[in-house]
Ligand binder design. Sequence first.
Ligand SMILES: Nc1nc2c([nH]c(=O)n2[C@H]2C[C@H](O)[C@@H](COP(=O)(O)OP(=O)(O)OP(=O)(O)O)O2)c(=O)[nH]1
Length: 131
Amino acid sequence: MKKIEVVAAILKHGNEILCAQRAESKLEYISKKFEFPGGKIEAGESKKEALKRELEEELNINPNINDLYLTVVHQYPDFELTMHSFLCDVDTKEITLNEHISSQWLKRTELLGLDWAAADVPIVDKLMQNG
Ligand SMILES: Nc1nc2c([nH]c(=O)n2[C@H]2C[C@H](O)[C@@H](COP(=O)(O)OP(=O)(O)OP(=O)(O)O)O2)c(=O)[nH]1
């Protein structure tokens, strides 16, 4: 089974968190789902270097990347995903959506209202518990 390793950012502005909606995809289980921005780690990159690159590519932002929050291993029908999520503080809500089709800044308690990619659910649960 194919394995993918991804980094993702929990972008916090005050008490709000950025939730970003993926574009339509032929993989229905991730198509238009909400996620934390990020992407695959490329050869030779550290996790934080990969996340910095992805955040610039996807949102035109360059935030401080803080501690690892949670690593999730999730089995999708076509691949096994390992996703490392990092807390990041941003000082502005101004972002440019270069790849996502929509975004919302939500309080922790509001996160469950979105249709998240399945791999994100443990991260969302932890964020809600620690609210
Ligand atoms: N970035 C991110 N990816 C997630 C999350 N949840 C989740 O299941 N994924 C999955 C969807 C994709 O299969 C994979 C991320 O791959 P991607 O295609 O977005 O990464 P990338 O930007 O490096 O894309 P590419 O170069 O392959 O086009 O991880 C999440 O919260 N954030």
